[in-house]
Design a protein around this ligand. Structure first.
Ligand code: ATP
Length: 824
């Protein structure tokens, strides 16, 4: 018996109608007899939202669990597919227009050539130095007993040791590497081990993996590896597509301006080799390319990235366009404003403005008006510059300092600029050189790894905290006329530090800076410190990045174990920015209280005392701490499957084969499905649909557009008319099959006895790639590839509808790999 409850809120996501029924085709027939569906059809919900009447009687968790179970059961294969399309295709498809294959070919070729050069350099490096390059395998002799390792073919094991053993039939003892697995011990020759073993380290790792792989059953490991591989492919393809997409944008190149020489001559220093190269890169981007620049200037702390940005600004402003400089904090914005003002001082026509939340409303309004009217050529500020109130007259360039410090929404806004104007991003988060070279071709970046001349390495002193040591360090710095940063990890406790320092240095001006202060007060303190009025600045890590105070050459960090490695590296980089020798004192409370991980981190920092070792440090830091800064949190999770070292090797491999991940779709109309199915819709449904032809034509049109449109179509159909009867479902599935086939480059599907043949433009490599990642073994195991055909051998000859269902399921599986492929 059907139970129909009245509905109240059509927009609500809660179930509007409760049924207790078997199959749905019967349901709407029943309704059709019992009520006027034409009037109430809008009040039905799709079958996924149906609640069974008897559930209403059951209470508590059992009730919701059963409901969920029931709902799961009701999710038919189209719903499951639609949900997946929504999850995976939304971002990619909606933001992109199709690219002409010939044009794309040209770009891909260009990218590949650039990338080849990068990889070539990597190989070159390797020859010079065996440990460098993209070989991430581990030297077994460097392993310690208990270390986790990954064997490419077997998976995660625990290194036990290297011992001599005599092989059968030999009298000579040979060295073997012993590795413990869940079900036994593996014995590898040292040579073999050096070819197959990687360290198993993870980003953000503090808990070691407990589960070892099995020697005798490698399926779980194979699955993990495939998952990792697919994730990497997706990442590479995303990078590639983003790049291709950007290459499609156009703007006229900026004219080369003669005044640049004058501007360059006013730089107080001789640029370093890397700076010069970065200037050239930026100049080429702006004056020779027709696509907007999206370049990352990646340089170690204090190595002079700002000047690169200044030159880019000069080009743009000289051409009559505006430039916006975005800094993560007001303190840094102010510093940039001052540097820019000073650097442009002999170009009085260039007007520079700082937009700050400390300004009064009328000051701010005046600035906004000037930006809008084009009276300000360079605008400096924090994220407030991204707000809708800021309207530019003729914006040409965006300079972003430390993009990773902006929030998600702000990053999205920054990304939206990248397709229309030139963007230069400055980052002091070093990326490993190997990674940089491998990424060449996918991401325009310039590395600044050479320090300005006369820079002296910062002397790093790591020890247990002692008031005496603190006092003598400060005394030394003050006596040579310098200033001191005193960094403490918590706001609570700063006052105590202040009391101690005031007592020790009664005649010295001491300032306090932290993020919870009133902005005005913070700004004043920073100003006084940079002017030299304040000699000791007690602060939290608010000074972490970008701050450039040349006279401050001692930094003291108390409770150093509380900071991350990259953070400490940044903090240390606040000093030693001139030619004076600088000191960094890192104090921990008591060695016994430090975790192994903290000790390892600090030792790494102490080791990397030479200038420019941030890049080296980044490589290690990724093993210990954050990987997400470069690739995002999602990828950070993917690394977990295989460990960083194997992940990197797979990444480099994938980068070098990017054009093999290419799928060429075929036009929807050219796809032939030679399976004779023309389902007849029941008359009740036809009556119920009001205008069935319009609906069927709409479905066909949606399928022709793309999978996203087809998904929206079926969702709408079900929202308005409930779940369709079986024959309509078959009709829809046929459309899905044709659409998915077109996307996969399959232009004909037919059956011959127990074999399903799919003629395709896909190449064998792509087939291998996507079939490997199929979740369903049933489908995967029966597929083969022969001369432009994907063949499926079925166990028995299926009736037509079942056959269509089978093909539908199989294509759904193949289609799931599309995000890891480049389409054009
Ligand atoms: N070639 C050079 N020779 C000597 N000093 C230089 C050179 N280039 C820049 N500098 C100076 O070095 C200091 C640091 O430069 P800058 O602020 O550009 O570094 P940065 O790379 O932006 O550092 P951070 O990542 O900390 O922001 C500045 O005072 C700058 O004037």
């Amino acid at each position: 018996m059907a139970l129909l409850l009245p509905t109240a809120d059509v927009s609500s996501s809660r179930p509007l109608v409760a049924f207790r029924l078997g199959s749905f085709p019967k349901l709407w027939g029943l309704f059709n007899r019992n009520c006027n569906l034409r009037h109430c059809s809008k009040r039905f919900v799709s079958i996924t939202n149906v609640v069974y009447a008897e559930d209403v009687m059951v209470s508590g968790t059992a009730k919701s669990a059963r409901r969920r179970e029931q709902i799961e059961l009701e999710r038919d294969s189209i719903t499951v597919l639609n949900e997946r399309i929504r999850r995976f295709h939304v971002k990619r498809e909606s933001s992109k227009t199709a690219m002409d294959a010939v044009e794309a070919d040209r770009y891909i070729q260009m990218v590949k050539e650039q990338q080849q050069r990068g990889l070539q350099k990597l190989k070159g490096n390797r020859k010079k130095k065996e440990s460098d390059g993209y070989d991430y395998k581990v030297d077994p002799y460097t392993l310690r007993s208990g270390d986790y390792v990954v064997h490419k073919k077997v998976g995660i094991g625990r290194f036990v040791g290297i011992k001599f053993d005599v092989q059968k039939g030999s009298t000579e003892p040979t060295e073997y590497v012993f590795i413990e697995y869940a079900d036994g011990m593996a014995k590898l020759s040292v040579k073999q081990a050096s070819r197959m073993l990687y360290r198993y380290s993870l980003p953000n790792e503090n808990k070691r993996p407990r589960t070892l792989s099995k020697l005798n059953d490698t399926t779980t490991w194979e699955k993990r590896k495939t998952k990792g591989k697919i994730a990497i492919q997706k990442m590479v393809v995303d990078l590639m597509e983003l790049y291709l997409h950007r290459l499609k944008q156009r703007r006229p190149p900026y004219p080369k301006c003669s005044a640049m020489e004058e501007f360059a001559a006013q730089f107080s220093y001789t640029p370093t080799v890397d700076q010069k190269e970065a200037f050239r890169d930026v100049e080429k981007d702006l004056t020779e390319r027709e696509t907007p620049m999206d370049r990352l200037i990646c340089g170690d702390v204090g190595f002079g990235k700002t000047e690169v940005a200044l030159r880019a600004i000069f080009y743009v402003v000289s051409a009559g366009k505006q430039a916006m400089v975005l800094a993560p904090t007001i303190v840094l914005a102010k510093q940039h404003f001052e540097v820019i003002t000073q650097r442009f001082s002999s170009f009085p026509d260039v007007q520079i403005g700082l937009l700050s939340r400390f300004q009064t409303k009328s000051e701010k309004d005046k600035h906004l008006e000037m930006i809008k009217e084009g009276q300000l050529n360079i605008v400096v500020g924090t994220h407030s510059l991204l707000g809708d109130r800021v309207v530019y007259s003729n914006l040409g360039l965006l300079v972003v300092d430390e993009e990773q410090r902006f929030g998600v929404k702000q990053k999205e806004k920054i990304a939206s600029f990248k397709t229309s104007i030139d963007v230069l991003t400055l980052s002091a988060t070093p990326i490993p050189r190997t990674l940089y070279l491998a990424l060449t071709g996918f991401r325009d970046a310039s590395l600044i790894t050479t320090p300005p001349p006369e820079r002296v390495p910062i002397k790093t002193h790591l020890s247990a905290f002692s008031k005496e040591k603190v006092k003598s360090a400060i005394k030394y710095e003050l006596e040579r006329g310098g200033q001191v940063f005193y960094v403490f990890p918590r706001i609570k406790g700063l006052e105590e530090v202040k009391d101690f320092l005031e007592a020790s240095f009664p005649d010295i001006e001491i300032g306090l800076a932290h993020g919870k202060q009133y902005s005005k007060q913070l700004e004043e303190t920073m100003e006084n410190f940079s002017l030299g009025a304040i000699k000791i600045l007690i602060c939290t890590n608010i000074v972490e990045s970008g701050l450039d105070i040349q006279n401050a050459n001692t930094i003291i960090v108390q409770d150093v174990q509380q900071f991350g490695l990259a953070q400490l590296y940044q903090l240390r980089g606040r000093v030693g920015r001139a030619d004076k020798e600088a000191h960094a004192y890192l104090f921990y409370p008591d060695k016994a209280l430090l975790s192994d991980q903290a000790l390892e981190r600090l030792a790494a920092l102490e080791e990397c005392r030479e200038l420019g070792q941030g890049f080296q440090l980044a490589e290690r830091d990724m093993g210990i701490r954050g990987f997400g800064t470069i690739f995002g949190e999602q990828q950070s999770g993917d690394v977990g499957n295989v460990g960083i070292d194997l992940f990197f090797e797979m990444l480099f491999d994938s980068l070098s084969k990017v054009d093999e991940h290419r799928v060429v779709s075929v036009p929807y109309q050219s796809v032939k499905i030679d399976i004779d199915i023309n389902p007849h819709l029941p008359s009740e449904y036809i009556n119920y649909l009001e205008n069935p032809m319009k609906i069927i034509n709409g479905a066909e049109k949606a399928a022709e557009t793309d999978i996203w449109a087809l998904m929206q179509f079926t969702e709408n159909l079900r929202r308005h008319h409930g779940k369709e009867p079986y024959s309509m479902e078959i009709l829809l599935k046929k459309l899905y099959v044709r659409r998915m086939a077109a996307d996969l480059g399959i232009y004909r599907i037919y059956a011959s006895g127990k074999t399903v043949c799919m003629e395709t433009k896909m190449n064998k490599k792509v087939f291998k790639l996507i079939s490997e990642s199929m979740v369903s073994e049933v489908h995967r195991n029966c597929l083969t590839f022969e001369e432009h055909q994907i063949k499926a051998g079925l166990l028995l000859e299926l009736p037509r509808e079942q056959l269509l269902n089978w093909i539908f399921e199989c294509l759904v599986e193949l289609h799931a790999s599309l995000p890891a492929l480049i389409k054009y």
